[in-house]
Design a protein around this ligand. Sequence first.
Ligand code: MLT
Length: 268
Amino acid sequence: MSPSETPEVVLHDLRAGDGLPLVLVHGFPLDHRMWDEVARFLPDGLAVVAPDAPGFGDALLTESEPSIEGIADAVAEALAARGVERAVVAGMSMGGYVALALAERHPGLVAALGLVDTKSVADAPEARDNRLRIADEAERTGSVAPVRGMREALLGETSRATRPDLVAEVGAWIEEQRPEAVAWAQRAMASRPDRTAVLAAYGGPVSVVVGVEDELTPIEQAEHLVESSHDASEAALVLVPDAGHLAAVEEPEHVAGALARLHARVTR
Ligand code: MLT
């Protein structure tokens, strides 16, 4: 198998429905299950599809170059294979990097763009070096230990203090991921470019959602996304109280409401 081959993603139908689907791309180091509760709070009849990124959840890790663009192309191909040429695309953190890459590489597909606890800028050199170190470590040890600490970092201080079940659930999701997928995704994220200009050029509706306790992509990053959007007045900024980087898991009803409103803007 050639290393340039498009990686594998697996699409999960979280809800059946007609019309323009809502595609929800998960963050790192998680899988499609992070969207289960959001899907429950979305309106009846709205089709919700959540991919597993290469190596995560049910997706196998094939011999492919680690890249966010590769994930985006694989998602576009998988959707096209089931006849989906247009969708509302929302991504959380790493999923947001994928959503921006979709907007750049497959603009006709992205009817509206949801950016949840994410950013458009590339990594600073130290952050990039840290990712490559984590990737090597995950491979060397054959374990997810290098990212285990994300269990706490992903959640806001309110969840950490008051929701031990949620902390345990997120920890279990992380433990279930493949170390080689952790390494692949870290290398993919390390090589991604700044996509702020993509956001400026993107012509469809945009919704930016952020947990007010997000320590990984704080509110300033969300404000930067809104300011960089083609029409800052249209790019609604939704602040989610009592939630951190995993606002979609911590406060799914709030996040579902924002995504439902975004979807309604292109289907009304
Ligand atoms: C995520 O939640 O997907 C990660 O925080 C993304 C990243 O490491 O940049």
